[in-house]
Design a protein around this ligand. Structure first.
Ligand SMILES: Cc1ncc(COP(=O)(O)O)c(C=O)c1O
Length: 395
């Protein structure tokens, strides 16, 4: 049997450390499903269901016979809903010609990569990075060039490091603000420097903004708002986090009409349209359940405050308070054990599952990602168990 270099490359891209990191999450999930009292803080999915208004709209659409093929870029009403969200949350006026509906931001990254990149093109990525970008960016055989994000720089890249990573083959910068896994939000000055580099070297900025509505200190600012950047930036959005709709697989790409026209070609060959009744649910979410976005943001802000307050009291652990999203990175280096060992023993002895930082890039050895996707009471119990664990291993 002979398989493509691409798919085999996806497997070998998973180093032993990455695989070990995710195995711990897999084990936690298996034990939780078997009924054990596991506090699962290793994945970014909400612990509550999507709003009833959205579910009802989907059921109504199914009963109304919305079962047929649809346009590859999405129905006009769905694209218009994305325009409404964009005006509300990003603060930019766009038209439906700027929107392609995709089944989740993940497929937005994949289709964007297919539309923009060729074999041998280089994409500047950051380490740590949301893990599944690599499979998408490698699909057209592009190469990733990594710039390390350091905790001492609040996990923000230095413009000088980005400049140093540019080569004649560079075609794009893969930006993710607000960030998974660090919870950092790129400040306007950094965005301006990234925009200047993109302009100077004629680069695309692929901008993953799926956490745009979950910011706790200052509003999200999209790089596309900077002068000259709207046509250079391909932005990715999704209902997954903003509306607690991860399993619906619904997202959209915002870009200049020339990019959207290319995405139409890719989406026609890949998907032939996103399910009509789920498109109707997206319209209902944005038009009828907009209050969900603020409710979810406020809920996660309270969770962030609760877990950060509790972790701050644990000696030997360091962390930066995340400005956005549902994750924070904990530095366990002072405990003297590796992040993988810390996560393994924490799960085995205290039934709490965190994700070793190695799952997001080699630079994160010694760090663990904690997702605050459970209620405050459980977060406080998790913090007590983590404190007991640190006390035990530090003895
Ligand atoms: C940074 C980032 N981008 C994209 C995604 C995927 O989002 P979607 O569910 O819309 O495919 C996630 C999911 O966790 C994420 O954290």
């Amino acid at each position: 049997m002979r398989f493509s270099n691409y798919v085999e490359g996806m497997r070998s891209d998973g180093t032993v450390e990455v695989m070990n990191a995710w195995q711990i999450h897999g084990e936690a999930r298996r034990r939780q499903r078997a009924g054990e009292d596991i506090i699962l803080l290793s994945i970014g999915d909400h612990d509550f269901a999507s709003d009833d208004r959205i579910v009802a709209a989907c059921c109504d659409a199914l009963h109304a016979g919305r079962h047929h093929y649809t346009a590859a870029l999405g129905e006009p009403a769905t694209r218009q809903a994305a325009v409404t969200f964009h005006q509300r949350v990003i603060g930019e006026g766009i038209g439906i010609d700027n929107v392609a509906i995709v089944p989740g931001a993940q497929s937005g990254v994949f289709t964007t990569a297919m539309a923009l990149l060729d074999a041998g093109d280089e994409v500047i990525c950051f380490d740590p990075m949301y893990v599944t970008y690599s499979g998408a960016l490698m699909a057209p055989h592009a190469k990733m060039r990594f710039v390390t994000l350091r905790p001492e720089n609040a996990f923000q890249p230095l413009a000088a490091d980005i400049r140093a990573a540019v080569t004649p083959k560079t075609k794009a910068i893969m930006l993710n603000t607000p960030n998974n896994p660090t919870g950092a939000v790129s400040p306007p000055a950094l965005l301006a420097e990234i925009a200047a580099i993109a302009e100077e070297h004629d680069l695309w900025v692929i901008s993953d903004e799926v956490y745009c509505s979950m910011t706790y200190e200052r509003p999200h600012r999209s790089p596309r708002l900077l002068p000259g950047m709207a046509d250079r930036t391909v932005s990715l959005y999704s209902l997954s986090k903003a509306f607690a709709m991860t399993g619906w697989r619904m997202g959209w790409v915002v870009a200049g009409p020339a990019v959207i026209e290319r995405l139409d070609l890719v989406l026609s060959s890949l998907l032939f349209g996103t399910p009509t009744f789920i498109q109707d649910a997206m319209v209902a979410a944005i038009d009828q359940a907009a209050d969900e976005v603020d409710r979810i943001c406020a809920l996660y802000r309270r969770r962030r405050d609760a877990i950060c307050g509790a972790l701050a009291a644990i000696p030997k652990l360091k962390f930066s308070v995340p400005e956005a999203g549902m994750f924070l990175m904990i530095d366990v280096r002072e405990t003297g054990v590796s992040s993988i060992e810390f996560a393994r023993s924490l799960l085995a002895e205290q039934n709490v599952s965190l994700l070793p930082g190695e799952g997001f890039g080699a630079s994160q050895a010694g760090f663990l990602r904690l997702s605050f996707c459970v209620d405050e009471a459980q977060l406080l119990v998790a913090a007590e168990r983590i404190a007991a664990h640190v006390a035990k291993i530090s003895r």
